[in-house]
Design a protein around this ligand. Structure first.
Ligand code: NDP
Length: 434
């Protein structure tokens, strides 16, 4: 904590990982050698920079840009860019740290990184967003590259923003290689990448349910968020026969006891993706109930899929879900459950998957986008989806292997942390003290 003052999210993420790794490290002391743990909690490089741009009124705006290059041990730095007013050094360091283990879990050769800015895309014109993205890349470009660091989208950074950044990158570097993933299909994007995180979360949850002889068929599901991850989690859960009852955003929650349908999801996508609207607009258009200022966790469900943001599900929310007999919680977002909430789920025997395992489908498919670009080919939808499913099943199996407890239960938290750690740590030990 002394080395990282004012970085609560980063300390939270490191604490959670170290707590779950500790018994494993005690049993395997080679992992405490060569200063390995001290090196692992220190990002290899942090870049912070000024982003100045001119708004539609001719005023100069100044934001702060960041890129955290956490670990290159198993491949180029890889991780998304987040544009949101809540972005700080602490938030991005936590995300880059988590990303390193998550990327290792996918078994693809990707290191860990994360970046972004405190820029708020809400209420900005398309021209302002483009100028901001270009200004951001006018500094970022010197730190990234297809074999160095390959950023992608995250909160506030979707296909449009990735397109503007990839375009500026090409102009500055005079190269067309893959420096961004999450690109549009017309210039190197992969089929299934937009769907991948949401679909992957549901694939992972499905594997968890199978361990109890269950499936999504007929289950009640709550989803939080209504962005990229949430939308495709809703779609896949519906496809597997679940009744999805909620979506939300920072203004409140929509509750629809009849459950989502493909038609309703199309309306949600139109409202959120084309008009940058609120879920309350969606509720109005579909006549569903909207509760302002609340999160979805008080609604009784069998499966909860938090897909909005960090720390959106606290100990009280967890207690309510447990009281309502929730069977499975799989995180589509990064660290949506507080440490206390995660512990409560595990103590109550709820099937609980941390984001670094259950939401790894996004970055895995980004890895597949990199492979396709390097080979200059595009795989069909079924091929990418099939590989995504296989990767999620592989991560689930790794969690079972490393997370099995003597009493026969499984800690997905321990399983994901240890499986990711072993891969990164072995690579670091093999490459000496650097
Ligand atoms: P989007 O920007 O598409 O959607 C984010 C959603 O979360 C919106 O509904 C937004 O509501 C809500 N939200 C954001 N901040 C807050 C807040 N402070 N309080 C309440 N709600 C909030 O982002 P994504 O769907 O891409 O990302 C969602 C989560 O999934 C993030 O944690 C991200 O890191 C994680 N993730 C994303 C991946 C991807 O491939 N996209 C991959 C792996 C993880 P509002 O519109 O009101 O802001």
């Amino acid at each position: 904590a002394d080395r990282n003052p004012g970085q609560p999210e980063f300390l939270q993420a490191v604490t959670e990982v170290m707590e779950s790794l500790w018994p494993f490290i005690e049993a395997h002391p080679k992992y405490a050698e060569q200063g390995l743990l001290d090196r692992l909690v220190e990002p290899e490089r942090v870049v912070m920079f000024r982003v100045s741009w001119v708004d539609d009124h001719g005023q100069v705006q100044v934001n702060r840009g960041y890129r955290i290059q956490h670990s290159m041990a198993i491949g180029p730095y890889k991780g998304g860019l987040r544009f949101h007013p809540s972005v700080t050094l602490s938030v991005l360091k936590f995300l880059a740290f988590e990303q390193t283990f998550k990327n290792a879990l996918t078994t693809l050769p990707m290191g860990g990184g994360k970046g972004g800015s405190d820029f708020d895309p809400k209420g900005k014109s398309p021209g302002e967003v483009m100028r901001f993205c270009q200004a951001f890349v006018s500094e970022l470009f010197r730190h990234v590259g297809s074999d160095t660091d390959v950023p992608a989208g995250d909160i506030g950074v979707g296909g449009r923003e990735v397109g503007y950044m990839a375009g500026m990158m090409k102009k500055l570097s005079n190269r067309a290689d893959c420096v961004f993933t999450g690109k549009g299909l017309s210039f190197g994007g992969s089929l299934i990448r937009p769907e991948a995180t949401g679909y992957g979360t549901v694939y992972f949850a499905d594997e968890m349910l199978k361990t109890r002889g269950r499936s999504f068929e007929g289950l009640r599901v709550s989803v939080s968020g209504s962005g990229n991850v949430a939308q495709y989690a809703v779609e896949k859960a519906m496809e597997l026969g679940a009744r999805v009852i909620t979506v939300s955003d920072s203004s409140g929650t929509v509750i629809d006891e009849e459950g989502f349908t493909p038609e309703k999801l199309a309306i949600l996508m139109e409202v959120k993706n084309h008009h940058y609207g609120r879920v309350s607009d969606y509720a109005e258009r579909t006549g569903s109930r909207f509760e302002a200022g609340v999160r979805p966790w008080h609604i009784p469900v069998d499966v909860a899929l938090p897909c909005a943001t960090q720390n959106e599900l606290d100990a009280d929310d967890a207690a309510t879900l447990i009281r309502n007999c929730v069977l499975c919680v799989a995180e589509g977002a990064n660290m949506p459950s507080t440490i206390e909430a995660a512990k409560a789920f595990e103590a109550a025997g709820v099937l609980y998957a941390p984001g670094k395992a259950s939401n790894a489908g996004g970055v895995a498919t980004s890895g597949l986008e990199m492979s396709q670009n390097a080979e200059r080919i595009s795989w069909p939808r079924e091929e990418v989806d099939g590989r995504l499913l296989q990767i999620m099943q592989g991560i689930h199996a790794a969690c079972l292997k490393y997370g099995a407890r003597p009493d026969g239960s499984v800690s997905y938290v321990d399983g994901a942390n240890i499986a990711g750690f072993v891969k990164v740590a072995d690579a670091m030990l093999a490459q000496g003290v650097i």
